[in-house]
Structures are given as C-alpha cells and as structure tokens.
Write a protein that binds this ligand. Structure first.
Ligand code: ACK
Length: 306
C-alpha cells in the first residue's frame, strides 16, 4: 500500500466537529506553531486523536503554503510520511487534519539533554533509515518526484513506537516530465539544513534534500545542532570543510562509548560516513536516496567523500 493514491477524494471534515474535537481550539490543546499557523491536538468522538493545522487568517504566504500542502500531501501514502486524514474549508477557515503523532518532533529528542537518553542507538538508526525511505519514496516514485525543500529535525514526527514520519509539505515541489532542477529568487527554508547551491544561488533539486538529510543524520548521531553553515554570507568553498570539523571529534567519543559493542560502533560510523557523503559541496558528488538506503543497510564498502 505504498503507491501514490490515484485521484483519491480527500475526506472533508465539518467545522463544528473539529471545533468540538479541539475544545474550540483551546490554548490547552495547542501543540505549537507550524509553518502557516497554529497546530492543535484534538480527539474525534470515536476516540481517534488528530492534529489540526489551522491557517492563520490574512496570511497570504500561508495560504499559498496551505494550498501547496494539500495538493502535494493528498497524493502521498507511505509509512514514513505523516498521514493527512482530511481537510476542513468552511466559513473562512482553512484546516488540515492529520494523524496525531504522540511523540511529537525529533527535535526535542536530539537536542534536549534529558530526552536524549530516550533515544538509544537502535532507535536512532531506525529513525535515520525510516526518514531515508520516506524521502526515497518522495523522490523516486515516478508519480510523485517530490522535493521536500524543508527537511529538518523539527519536521520529523515520531509515532508511539518512535518510528519517524516526515511532515510539513508547505514548501515541497513536484517535478513533472524530465525536469531535474529549478532555480528561484525566493530562498525560503532553514539555514543550516539548506544546501549551499540553494542557500546561495536558489538552485534546488533532489540533491538539495539529500544535503538536508545528511545534516539531519549528523545531528542525530552527534546530538549537536548544526551551526547554520549555509548562510549566503559564508564562503561556499569553506562549507564542506566546516562539516567535517563539526563532526570530527565525535567518532573518538563514540569509540569510548561503544567500545564493548563493535557491531553498533561500526554501524554508527557507517551512518556518519553516509551523512558526510550527503553534505558534499557539489550536488553531483552526493548520492541519491536509493544509494543512501542501500549504503545504510548493506555491508558494502563506501566511497571516500571528496
Ligand atoms: O515539535 P512539536 O511538539 O511537534 O511542535 C510542533 C508543532 O506541532 C508545530 O508544528 C507539532 N505537530 C505538528 N504536527 C503534529 C502531529 N501530526 N502530531 C503531533 N504533533 C504535531 C510539532
């Protein structure tokens, strides 16, 4: 059941039902602020928990992102992508209704000292592999060919078993026909996760998502937030080097931590290696997601980053 949905109708929710489910959008039920407005937790009468993204009124850019998200995400069905249950467009309200992800975003698990202990190596590796599979589906399913454009730790949500699901498709682009890259003057996304060619020249392709994926992998393994290397003020040629320095001290700590478990140690080092291949300066040097998935799971020798 992982193919794109063909012309499937998106269920329509009634405004009164959603107001009821979220206790009239009460602040107690607010999960946070998303790309185009607040997100609320709700419970449907049959007991199912939902997350409701509500477009802020008078948000012009928000409306574009909202429409984009509906068009893109309605086509998607994969265990590593957050599931859209339906929408509610009524009385000046625009809302998207998703499955509720009880463990929220990956962000709080990798950067919060107390939470970090809850993510053992097995879980981290499972999260990296799940995100890779979700991204592979977006990029390479011929009916989709979608570039996410804002992949980052806060856009990875975790279900009750800590399985990851990619969310937030407000900036995603779908490429039809033979198109493989595009250029924009409106550079939106998140510095640090943005590839240099996108941050500096507005060029994006599946390889810019691969770069963001690499940053995410290095964050998950190191437990350290990226330092925002791709701000346009940075000199492009320094970036690749900066990434290696950033992660450099980590393998020594890992060797200490995992000295008694060589299997896990080599597996974790393999993930760092793949992360470094993904953050290479030149898009053509970066692997595509099918190679990434293969490299993460196989015992094959990996190429040396340039
Ligand atoms: O990091 P968080 O707790 O997880 O804060 C953000 C906030 O809403 C704004 O995006 C949370 N959120 C978004 N979608 C969902 C969902 N489907 N299930 C649970 N939490 C969600 C996200």
């Amino acid at each position: 059941n992982e193919g794109g949905k063909e012309d499937m109708e998106l269920p329509i929710f009634d405004l009164a039902a959603i107001a009821n489910a979220t206790d009239n959008f009460s602040n107690n039920n607010k999960l946070g602020e998303g790309g185009f407005g607040p997100v609320y937790k709700g419970t449907l009468p049959e007991g199912r928990d939902i997350a409701v993204k509500r477009l802020s009124k008078n948000s012009g850019q928000g409306l574009n992102e909202f429409k984009n998200e509906v068009i893109i995400i309605a086509k998607l069905q994969h265990r590593n992508l957050v599931k859209l249950l339906g929408c509610c467009i009524q009385e000046n309200e625009n809302m998207l209704i998703y499955e509720y992800m009880p463990n929220k975003s990956l962000d709080s698990f990798i950067f919060d000292q107390a939470n970090r202990k809850l993510l053992d190596w097995h879980k981290r590796i499972n999260i990296i592999r799940g995100v890779a599979k979700g991204l592979l589906y977006l990029h390479e399913d011929s009916r989709l060919r979608i570039i996410h454009r804002d992949l980052k730790a806060s856009n990875i949500l975790l279900d009750s078993n800590m399985n990851p699901k990619i969310s937030d498709f407000g900036l995603a682009k779908s490429f039809g026909g033979d198109q493989v890259d595009s250029k924009t003057n409106r550079i939106i996304g998140t510095y640090g996760y943005m590839s240099p060619e996108y941050a500096v020249h507005g060029q994006y392709s599946i390889k810019s998502d691969v770069f963001s994926f690499g940053v995410l992998v290095l964050e998950i393994v190191s437990g350290k937030k990226n330092r925002g290397f791709c701000h346009p003020d940075h000199h492009l040629n320094l970036l690749g080097h900066a990434w290696r320095l950033w992660i450099e001290e980590r393998p020594m700590e890992l060797i200490d931590e995992l000295a008694g478990d060589l299997f896990t140690l080599s597996n974790v080092l393999r993930h760092i290696h793949v992360g470094l291949l993904c953050v290479q300066q030149k898009p053509t040097d970066r692997p595509n997601m099918s190679s990434v998935v293969q490299m993460l799971s196989s015992e094959s020798l990996l190429p040396k980053p340039r």
